[in-house]
Design a protein around this ligand. Structure first.
Ligand SMILES: [Zn+2]
Length: 456
């Protein structure tokens, strides 16, 4: 064989393989372009109820060529409205042309469409980027049955307090026209969560409310309720605000108090070491630490047991005398000069040194730890938003999570935190708002203002 012939043969073998490979590649690309796998659809809503303003989430999966086009309609009898359309531009011819997975979330103003409340269907049509079907792509159409509910729940006020003062507690009872999810009372922007009062009927609910110690009026009070489709209803009601005289108290801050107390706080708030004088350290604790502690307590009291664990009056520490009242407006003096003002949000009770501190009512301990100005402190959740707080203790026996009865010993009184002498600082909170414990200690007040509304 001549050299020329050998070269020619090798050359054609090379081209043979080359064209074969091109053919294989072309077939692979064509299979890809003409794939026949249809998009998979799913309705990802929490419920099949659609409210007046509905949020709809549709999931589309097309792993081969990718999603090209999604159209969503709501259909009821002869009525049909397109509520969403999404078209995607081709990203590639060789690789995936569109997203393999897509979640379309959109809101629909159902109330503006002329549907009737009741059965309807969400109709979804999706196409992929395949060349199959004369370049039209693979198409899937699915229909999901839903129920349209565009009516807000109707709410009726059953009982509400005629008047309240700052620091006072109360209850509002209401009836609703249909099953509800989130509901409660909003007073001047603060939300008090509600609970069912089954003893008074399947459609009866209530919420404990409280007015903050520094309120000077009650501008707006309303009951709010959301139904299962998310429709919100509300109704306003009036409460007269009763003014009470401010009580004042004078506290002298002594040098020896500062010398013994400031090192205690520095252990927990090391940033205090940057502050020069003991008086400035004191002002830091009495203001900054006080605020931080208040927000910690409010956070702890945001969620309460959904059922009432307490019953009857709250227990006041036995054989104790009152040293300071709720909402006393305190002026602090150092070296004869006024250095600060704060409001006292509990009642101070003094007995013997290291006296037993008992749970005021049945509940669950949710905190048993050191907290700034409160020192060694215990908080008990009594359910339905009611909490009691015990502070300045020398020793804590209770642990977070403990179930306690009225009278269970939680620890002993002491001087921890911002306390000059051995005493118990006792507070009651309703939905995180400090209220006057006098009401909760008073059996007849509780019966008249709260308990009678919880039973038939
Ligand atoms: Zn106190």
């Amino acid at each position: 064989m001549s050299d020329l012939l050998r070269t020619k043969k090798r050359f054609s073998a090379f081209f043979g393989i080359f064209f074969f490979l091109i053919l294989v590649a072309a077939v692979v690309i064509l299979i890809r372009l003409y794939e026949v796998e249809k998009p998979q659809l799913s309705l990802l809503n929490d419920s099949s109820l659609l409210g007046a303003a509905a949020n709809i989430t549709i999931g589309i999966i097309d792993e081969k060529s990718g999603v090209q086009d999604v159209q969503i309609f709501i259909v009821q009898g002869q009525k049909r409205f397109k509520v969403h359309h999404r078209e995607i531009a081709r990203q590639s011819y060789l690789l995936q042309a569109g997203p393999g997975k897509l979640e379309e979330t959109f809101s629909v103003d159902i109330a503006s469409l002329s549907f009737d409340d009741g059965r309807a269907d969400i109709l979804v049509t999706a196409r992929d980027f395949s060349f199959w079907g004369w370049m039209k792509g693979n198409e899937t159409t699915s229909s999901y049955p839903v129920v349209l509910d565009t009516k807000a729940p109707k709410i009726w006020v059953v009982d509400s307090p005629a008047s309240l003062r700052a620091g006072s507690s109360g209850i509002v009872v209401y009836r609703v026209s249909e099953p509800i999810t989130k509901h409660g009372i909003e007073i001047d922007g603060f939300f008090h969560p509600g609970f069912p009062i089954q003893a008074r009927g399947e459609d009866v609910y209530g919420a404990l409310i409280a007015i903050n110690y520094d309120a000077t009026s009650i501008q707006k009070a309303q009951i709010q309720a959301h139904d299962k489709a998310g429709n919100a209803g509300s109704v306003g009601f009036g409460i007269n605000f009763r003014k009470v005289a401010k009580k004042t108290d004078r506290i002298n801050v002594s040098e020896s108090f500062l010398k013994t107390k400031m090192p205690e706080f520095s252990q927990y708030y090391p940033e205090m070491e940057e502050i020069g004088s003991l008086v400035d350290q004191y002002l830091y604790v009495n203001n900054k630490v006080r605020q931080m502690n208040a927000s910690t307590i409010q956070g702890l009291c945001l969620t309460s047991a959904p059922e009432r664990l307490w019953d009857g009056s709250f227990k006041r520490m036995r054989r104790s005398s009152r040293r300071a009242a709720f909402a006393d407006y305190r002026s602090y003096y150092y070296d004869g000069k006024k250095i600060d003002n704060q409001t006292h949000l509990g009642v101070d009770l003094a007995s013997v040194r290291h006296a037993d501190v008992e749970a005021a009512n049945r509940g669950v301990v949710i905190a048993a730890e050191y907290l700034g100005i409160y020192g060694q402190m215990v908080i008990v959740d009594h359910g339905l938003g009611v909490f009691s707080l015990y502070s300045h203790m020398s020793q804590i026996i209770a642990k977070a999570g403990d179930q306690v009865e009225r009278g269970t010993v939680l620890g002993n009184t002491g001087v921890s935190g911002m306390a000059g002498g051995d005493h118990l600082h006792f507070s009651v909170l309703v939905n995180g708002i400090f209220v006057d414990p006098l009401e909760w200690w008073d059996k007849s007040w509780l019966e008249l203002h709260i308990l009678k509304y919880l039973s038939n």
